[in-house]
Design a protein around this ligand. Structure first.
Ligand SMILES: Cc1cc2nc3c(=O)[nH]c(=O)nc-3n(C[C@H](O)[C@H](O)[C@H](O)COP(=O)(O)O)c2cc1C
Ligand SMILES: Nc1ncnc2c1ncn2[C@@H]1O[C@H](COP(=O)(O)OP(=O)(O)OP(=O)(O)O)[C@@H](O)[C@H]1O
Length: 351
């Protein structure tokens, strides 16, 4: 039986959700082995969860792409969702740094020709490593090579490793274990990235990811008065993460670049915040830099965008790239004390 056929329907995004329509539009990923086109030829796979696609992940995917090119085949990033630790009850919170849609986009940006999302279930967790390699990597994807981190473990009991891959894939296949990519002598990991986000350590997080951390969000309200569609003074827009399980971000003020999401034909429109609307450079929209305040409440995480009236009126959803934490002294103090503490809310006024 195929992986997709074994899935509960809820594992796949509902076709009515906006994120699913982006999947379809972008043709970003295969969802389950059944989606993989038959007879598409051999491949080299990179394998892992890849939440956040940090620099360590990028090294694995880039190596798979290089190996695939050298063998004249396509590369595929094989990723799992939800996170095994959540499915296996080792982690309570389903906190993910990025949505699966964004993960697929980042894996492609790192060099993967294709992305396969395998829904992670109790059944998959119980599958012996050798069976997984035979069923998914050999028969399903025709792998001529596999690239993982040198310490990657998989399969029932976590017994699968590089040796398992070499033995099971056979002599013609290349199996590469990428040496750990470090940041400040610490192994880059999604767990570390989630910790840095929870502590509001934007500089360290940017360094670990190799790019600014992005929150994908949708406007839900305008707290400040808007008169006839025009801002009466500095406007603030409330936005909520698109992904209800988005990893926690420390409360407090940030500076962020805000981009329209999923609307490629975005019209710049009237600029409501004094001339700093979207510019178009090299075919890509370059959003305005805005002050953002992150708050947590009963409804979950919310972000208040200063001067973001254009966003609520012009575009359904937004990408918010965090550039800096505004209260650096406070962040420094937090670093010194280890544990994150609440940051007093400061009203962010757009200049
Ligand atoms: C293909 C595959 C990939 C896996 N990847 C991960 C992983 O990235 N992280 C993780 O914690 N567990 C992962 N697991 C789960 C563990 O290998 C293992 O199934 C789990 O720890 C259950 O172990 P148990 O049989 O001792 O209960 C993966 C399992 C499979 C089959
Ligand atoms: N720092 C790193 N250097 C090299 N390879 C890495 C690094 N981190 C992860 N990998 C590899 O990238 C793939 C995906 O990693 P995966 O998401 O499973 O691990 P992770 O980043 O440690 O996540 P988590 O912290 O959630 O367990 C795996 O093959 C893994 O071994």
């Amino acid at each position: 039986m195929s992986v997709a056929a074994e899935l509960p329907p809820a594992s796949r995004p509902p076709s009515s959700s906006s994120s699913w329509s982006w999947w379809e539009q972008a043709g970003q990923a295969w969802w389950g082995l059944d989606d993989v086109p038959a007879g598409a030829g051999p491949r080299v796979a990179a394998m892992g969860v890849f939440d956040g696609v940090h620099r360590g992940h990028a090294a694995v995917v880039t190596e798979a792409a290089r190996l695939a090119r050298s063998r004249g085949v396509r590369s595929v990033a094989v990723t799992f969702h939800p996170h095994p630790a959540v499915v296996l009850g080792r982690r309570q919170e389903p906190a993910a740094l990025v949505s699966v849609r964004r993960r697929a986009e980042l894996l492609r940006a790192a060099g993967a020709d294709d992305v396969l999302v395998l829904p992670f279930t109790q059944e998959l967790a119980a599958e012996p490593a050798e069976c997984f390699v035979q069923r998914v990597l050999r028969r399903g994807l025709g792998c001529r090579g596999v690239v993982v981190g040198a310490d990657f473990r998989f399969g029932a009991g976590g017994t699968g490793d590089l040796t398992t891959l070499r033995r099971t894939l056979g002599p013609g296949a290349a199996v590469v274990g990428v040496r750990p990519v470090l940041r400040d002598a610490e192994r880059c990991s999604s767990t570390l990235a989630r910790q840095l986000a929870a502590q509001g350590r934007v500089d360290a997080l940017t360094d670990l990811l190799g790019r600014p951390h992005r929150v994908e969000a949708v406007p839900v309200g305008v707290p400040d008065a808007l008169t006839g569609g025009h801002a009466a003074g500095p406007a603030r827009v409330v936005v909520e993460p698109l992904d209800a399980g988005a990893a926690r971000l420390a409360e407090g003020p940030y500076r962020a670049r805000v981009l329209p999401l999923g609307c490629p034909a975005f019209d710049v429109g009237p600029v409501l915040d004094g001339g700093r609307g979207l510019e178009v450079g090299r075919g890509l929209p370059v959003g305005p830099v805005l002050d953002v305040e992150v708050v947590h409440g009963a409804a979950g995480m919310r972000l208040l965008l200063a001067g973001g009236a254009w966003a609520s009126t012009q575009c359904g959803s937004l990408a918010i790239d965090l550039l800096a934490r505004l209260d650096d002294d406070d962040a420094g103090a937090r670093r010194g004390h280890g544990a994150p503490r609440a940051v007093a809310h400061r009203r962010v006024v757009h200049p």
